[in-house]
Design a protein. Structure first.
Length: 522
């Protein structure tokens, strides 16, 4: 009897070893020749060593299609549980058949039930096309059509705002393999191997007679710089996995938890006597807002999101006193920090993510307001800008704004600073200029006739601009009449004041009106 059990165990081991080879040595070699890792190698590189537990590995093994082209299960990253799937391009090309789709569905559903992040590693051309009677055409009804190929969007949508969802595009993906990740919170891509498109180059050439390469149609650069579909671009898969791990270190496992607290060793009381030197008091001169953020966050560690897209606004995660904080900042080096239709989408998306996952927001303001021009108007700057206003007014997490320099007109609204928009505390540096318009524009509007009649119009205009800047644009004058400016602070104490304010706001509670959901302007 014991011998019989040993034989069964040995057979089990042999089957598992065979299944671990996916589509076989030849196809694995082809994957490596393309500069790509296999599905299991990817999981092993991403998760903590030895932590992965595979589920449903025997699906499809009798017809030579292990897992129906997908590897699923759970494991840990830095000791924290995650659920994960990895599409296997060595099995049926990684195409999404009924069981494959079901396992994608179930992985996200399980993550939602357990309250842990869901991670998808995608390498698939999309839904599987096959002849009738093909042995791989599994009966979707055996698991219920509600959990088949094209219903994977349901659990992703239900999990949105409840658990963090992360996707990595690690092959040429189309159809369901791009729509599913497009619904998740963050998308990673890798130069040279990652492609996303609804219809590939061959279809485009057939229908439109347009020749275009996969890289130019939907490569990593296209989606991180032009379309804004992807959030991160890396040089290698290992670099991608390292960055996914770092992202998760800032995030809670679900919306019922606060983000993890890390002992960074950075003194919360430290002052910075050189931070003021970064920001020129002259409003026309540019500077890099990254340098300001680096001086504020613990140990200068800032994790930027969508760095290559709409760079006129900076969004990302840092820590203050070990607590995760979301930063939203104007970037004066790009279009003077003006707000645009692209930056509005970027900003609104980030605000809503932080609000979902209990992440306080710090806002660093230096903007001349919205970028003027017919291209912005025709692209729908009103509609896109409204998304930001909606997001600010909907968010309930703690919010603190610091006015560094320019804060004009609609820019103050777009950055959520104006009274009644829900920002808890607003601080200003002595260099802040606040007004409906900039001093020059205001003088041109109100004193045009006087300037034209002056003996020296240029000198008279310069005098009026100075008077306007000294009085109306002066934060001390503004604060004497505007209660939404809570204090004017020295630049050197900014970090300390932010940390103090976050301590106050840590237990902030806000009640919402009961409703199904709002109708955000999309």
């Amino acid at each position: 009897m014991e011998n019989e059990m040993e034989q069964k165990i040995q057979k089990l081991r042999e089957v598992k070893e065979r299944l671990a080879q996916g589509g076989g040595a030849e196809k694995i070699a082809r994957q490596h020749q393309q500069g790509k890792l296999t599905a299991r190698e990817r999981i092993d590189r991403l998760l903590d060593p030895g932590s992965f537990v595979e589920l449903n590995r025997f699906v499809g093994h009798e017809i030579g299609a292990p897992g129906d082209g997908i590897v699923t299960g759970y494991g840990t990253i830095d000791g924290r549980q995650v659920c994960i799937y990895s599409q296997d391009a060595t099995v049926l090309g990684g195409s999404v058949g009924p069981y494959h789709g079901y396992l994608m569905y179930r992985t996200t559903e399980r993550a939602l039930e357990m309250g842990v992040p869901a991670i998808g590693l995608l390498d698939s051309p999309g839904a599987r096309a096959m002849k009738m009677g093909h042995p791989a055409a599994f009966d979707a009804a055996r698991h219920g059509e509600e959990k088949s190929v094209h219903s994977v969007y349901m659990p992703i949508t239900q999990a949105s705002g409840v658990i963090p969802q992360i996707s990595a595009i690690l092959g040429s993906c189309a159809g369901v393999s791009v729509y599913a990740p497009a619904l998740t919170d963050f998308i990673f891509m890798v130069d040279g191997i990652s492609h996303m498109f609804i219809t590939g180059p061959r279809v485009i050439e057939s229908v439109l007679s347009e020749e275009i390469s996969k890289e130019d149609l939907g490569g990593a650069r296209v989606h991180t710089q032009i379309s804004g579909v992807a959030d991160f671009r890396d040089k290698s898969e290992d670099a991608c996995f390292k960055r996914i791990r770092k992202l998760l270190s800032f995030l809670p496992s679900n919306n019922r938890e606060p983000p993890p607290v890390v002992d960074t060793g950075d003194d919360p009381e430290r002052l910075d006597d050189t931070i003021a030197d970064i920001v020129p008091t002259t409003p026309y001169l540019s500077y890099d807002m990254h340098q300001v953020i680096a001086r504020l966050v613990d140990n200068g560690d800032f994790f930027e999101v969508k760095r290559e897209f709409a760079a006129e606004v900076i969004v990302g995660f840092g820590r203050l006193e070990g607590h995760t904080v979301g930063f939203i900042a104007n970037q004066p080096m790009i279009m003077a920090g003006a707000l645009t239709y692209h930056s509005s989408d970027k900003q609104a998306r980030f605000i809503r993510f932080c609000d979902c996952f209990n992440i306080p927001i710090v806002i660093l303001v230096d903007t001349p307001a919205y970028m003027p021009g017919s291209d912005q108007e025709h692209a729908g700057i009103i509609r896109h800008g409204a998304k930001v206003l909606y997001s600010w007014c909907e968010a309930v997490v703690p919010r603190i704004a610091v006015l560094l320099r320019k804060g004009y007109g609609g820019g103050m609204i777009g950055m959520g600073v104006m009274a009644g928009m829900g920002t808890d505390l607003v601080f200003a540096w002595p260099s802040a200029e606040i007004g409906v318009l900039g001093p020059e524009q205001s003088v041109d509007l109100f004193y045009a006739e006087e300037i034209s009649k002056a003996e020296d119009p240029e000198a008279y205009r310069a005098q009026k601009v100075k008077e306007y800047r000294d009085f109306y644009a002066n934060p001390i004058s503004v604060a004497s009449q505007a209660t939404y400016i809570h204090d004017i602070i020295e630049p050197r104490e900014t970090r300390r004041r932010l940390i103090s304010a976050l301590r106050l706001l840590r237990n902030k509670q806000v009640s919402k009106y009961p409703k199904r959901h709002g109708n955000i302007p999309l």
